[in-house]
Design a binder for this molecule. Structure first.
Ligand code: OFO
Length: 171
């Protein structure tokens, strides 16, 4: 049975993951309207993966005798201005998510809920990969600068990159 504090913290995380999915969906749609089809596909997939992160939490809470709460979501931004700005926003968001996951782990340790703490290790590993990938993408964009053919190749190559963790198998 989940302790109240852990259940509440996990429910907060549902909101964060669902919000991430919405934000990346908005980013994907913006990229698509800018003619950046590869970037859009990457972001649509990222949005789907965040939804899976949310779903895993919903199912975990319910399985452990708690009640998952499906939250209302804030409206995401719709104009990301430049590709560089978009990925900077994404990186900042992922750093915030990592902090929230760490806070969640802390709650579990305080409450001596080692099962949930163990469940969350998948998220910890996922965050490391997502932050590293966002940083790599920003480095590439900085290298490209305003070179149009570089941007063309970037958009073509990013289509095949996956943000999904290869190191830990999702439940
Ligand atoms: Fe991008 O993060 Fe979920 O966890």
């Amino acid at each position: 049975m989940l302790k109240e504090k852990v259940e509440k913290a996990l429910n907060n995380q549902i909101l964060i993951e669902a919000d991430s999915s919405q934000i990346y969906l908005a980013m994907a749609s913006w990229a698509e309207t800018q003619g950046l089809g590869g970037t859009a596909q990457f972001l649509y997939r990222h949005s789907d993966e965040e939804r899976i992160h949310m779903l895993k939490l919903v199912q975990y809470i319910n399985e452990r005798g708690g009640k998952a709460v499906i939250p209302a979501l804030p409206k995401p931004e719709k104009d990301f201005k430049t590709l560089n700005n978009l990925f900077q926003t994404l990186l900042k968001h992922e750093i915030m998510v990592s902090d929230k996951i760490n806070d969640l782990v802390e709650v579990c340790l305080k409450e001596k809920d080692y099962t949930t703490q163990n469940f969350l290790q998948w998220y910890v590993a996922e965050q490391t990969e997502e932050e590293a990938l966002a940083k790599t993408i920003i480095d590439k964009l900085n290298m490209i600068g305003s070179d149009k053919s570089g941007l063309y190749m970037f958009d073509r190559d990013i289509e095949t990159i996956s943000v999904q963790s290869n190191t830990v198998t999702p439940k």
